[in-house]
Design a protein around this ligand. Structure first.
Ligand code: GDP
Length: 524
């Protein structure tokens, strides 16, 4: 057995809609955790300390940027692994799959915007695996929506119990600080910058007369009235409900001004789960088992056409990994020695050569490793539950040279197995359809087809907007197929897929065919 209690890990991700403040919060978390010394480095990338280490050399040689994929910091004896879930133009299936490699998540929402579309999508993925969520309502230093309205929105849209852990005295021009409802502490802006500089003032409760001395009469009235309502009107914190993914503690703050950042780290340390058992066949993998097992949740390929190098990101599920160790990838069946793993420790990456459950290891390889692969010492287990997600962008693949059909099929099969794109072969017609969740995946596909497979292809619009895996009895599916033949395809594992013209189309077909299940995810 591995004694994980001596080496606590918290492996988590931040989910949010673009512009909610994920980058800013990441910087501040890393700054507090001592992993970086200057804010701004997350986006700017590259500093002297990094340039020294192994993995930076790999990046420089191969032009791969792995810097911000995994960020590790240590605080009060706990190792925090923060996995990046790229948004914006980098949004891809990797973004979703990264959430299968974490034990918990922080959901950042903009106080002025509430829950936005991308947050909702990412949340749904967390829900698939009951990943516990801590909510951070960001930007309270600016005008925002009423805090009660925001709490109710989280509760309604996500069907979660909410538990306010802190409260703003007002937002924007009326912001005079954040009151920590569990510790009865007030954090107030200081100096010209109006940042929080770490000084907490202790009170006995919301009725403490001393609050009058530090708050304006309006802010005091608001805080006492709203604070009491907030405490009385919502669920109280319940560790089990949180860890089951049924309740979310809510913190208010400002990443930019450093309000609420410390509380988030403490909440993750105190409440977020340590590495959880991993769904697997024949039995779930217990994190305290001494056999080393892990799974690949992401492949980062080199965009340089001269190389086929790529880095597989493996989440360690059990055992103590040591540099040089031999592990058997499930798809390969024979052991590979992992001589130059990339270990993402904040301080001394170059000398770190062991990893524990919850840690992420980057494994350079030439295409041996694929998304969803289990790596283990004995090759007796298979990780399950790593899903495929319904694509949101579908395109037809058009070959420039029609004699390359065979080569194209091989390439598409390979690349879909690796997790770059999904491929669908229509039941009728010869144009294969590929599906992705983010635009970047399309660019990667075209450039890799050309560089690695010497297949020149282009993409054109497909008359479909999304896809659903369908299941039902043979009879029912046959009847459905007779009517909808032009909308049916097979994925690379021969599963039947319904290609829909729109989200509305999906709803319509679901209603008309209650005996068929239409799934937006499929386990690999
Ligand atoms: P991301 O797209 O979610 O990574 O968001 P960023 O961290 O890049 O932030 C988007 C914009 O919001 C930037 O201009 C930030 O400076 C700003 N921002 C982030 N956090 C705060 C905050 O707490 N208060 C204010 N006023 N602005 C913020």
């Amino acid at each position: 057995m591995t004694d994980n209690s001596r080496n606590p890990r918290r492996t988590f991700a931040i989910i949010s809609h673009p512009d909610a403040g994920k980058t800013t919060l990441t910087e501040k978390l890393l700054l507090k955790g001592g992993a970086i010394h200057l804010a701004g480095e997350v986006k700017a990338r590259g500093d002297n300390r990094r340039a020294r280490s192994d993995w930076m050399k790999i990046e420089q040689q191969r032009g791969i940027s792995v810097t911000s994929s995994v960020m590790t910091f240590e605080r009060n004896g706990i190792t925090f692994n923060l996995l990046d879930t790229p948004g914006h133009e980098d949004f891809s299936e990797d973004t979703y799959r990264t959430l299968t490699a974490v034990d918990s998540a922080i959901m950042v929402i903009d106080a002025a915007s509430g829950i936005e579309s991308q947050t909702l999508k990412l949340f749904e993925v967390c829900r698939l695996r009951s990943v516990p969520i801590i909510t951070f309502v960001n930007k309270v230093d600016r005008e925002g929506r009423d805090p009660f309205e925001l709490l109710d929105e989280v509760a309604d849209k996500l069907a979660l119990d909410v538990c306010p852990m802190s409260w703003p005295t007002g937002m924007g021009g009326q912001f005079e600080g954040i009151y920590d409802l569990t510790r009865n502490q007030l954090h107030q802006p200081e100096g010209d910058s109006k940042n929080y500089d770490g000084k907490a003032q202790q009170f006995t409760g919301l009725d403490d007369p001393k609050l009058e001395e530090v708050l304006s009469p309006e802010a005091l009235t608001r805080l006492t009235e709203e604070g009491e309502l907030a405490q009385g009107g919502y669920a109280s914190f319940d560790l089990e409900a949180y860890r089951n993914g049924d309740l979310t503690p809510v913190f208010f703050g400002s990443a930019l001004k450093q309000f609420g950042v410390e509380e988030l780290i403490e909440a993750i340390a105190e409440h977020a789960p340590p590495p959880r058992p991993q769904p697997a066949e024949p039995d779930p993998i217990q994190p305290d088992s001494s056999d080393v097992t892990g799974f690949v949740f992401k492949i980062q390929a080199n965009m340089d056409p001269q190389h086929r190098d790529r880095i597989a990101f493996m989440r360690l599920c059990s055992g103590e990994f040591k540099r040089g160790m031999k592990l058997i990838p499930s798809a390969l069946g024979k052991p590979i020695a992992i001589h130059s793993p990339i270990l993402f420790f904040a301080q001394d990456r170059e000398i770190a050569d062991t990893a524990l459950p919850g840690d992420i290891i980057g494994i350079p390889n030439h295409g041996t490793l694929r998304v969803g692969d289990t790596l283990s010492e004995k090759n007796q287990v298979r990780i399950t539950g790593l899903p495929n997600f319904a694509p949101e962008i579908l395109r037809r693949v058009i070959l420039k040279d029609p004699t390359q059909t065979k080569k194209l099929r091989k390439a598409l099969d390979d690349l879909s197995e690796e997790g770059v794109v999904q491929v669908f072969y229509p039941e009728i017609g010869a144009n294969w359809i590929i599906g992705v969740v983010g635009q970047l995946q399309l660019d990667v596909l075209i450039s890799r087809l050309s560089a690695e497979y010497k297949v020149e292809a282009s993409l054109e619009a497909a008359p479909f907007e999304t896809a659903r895996w369908i299941n039902g009895s043979d009879e029912i599916l046959n009847a459905f197929a007779n009517i909808n033949q032009t909308s049916l395809a097979r994925d690379r594992d021969d599963n039947l897929v319904f290609l829909a013209k729109s989200a509305w189309d999906v709803g319509y077909q679901e209603e008309r065919n209650p005996e068929i299940t239409f799934s937006a995810t499929r386990e690999r």
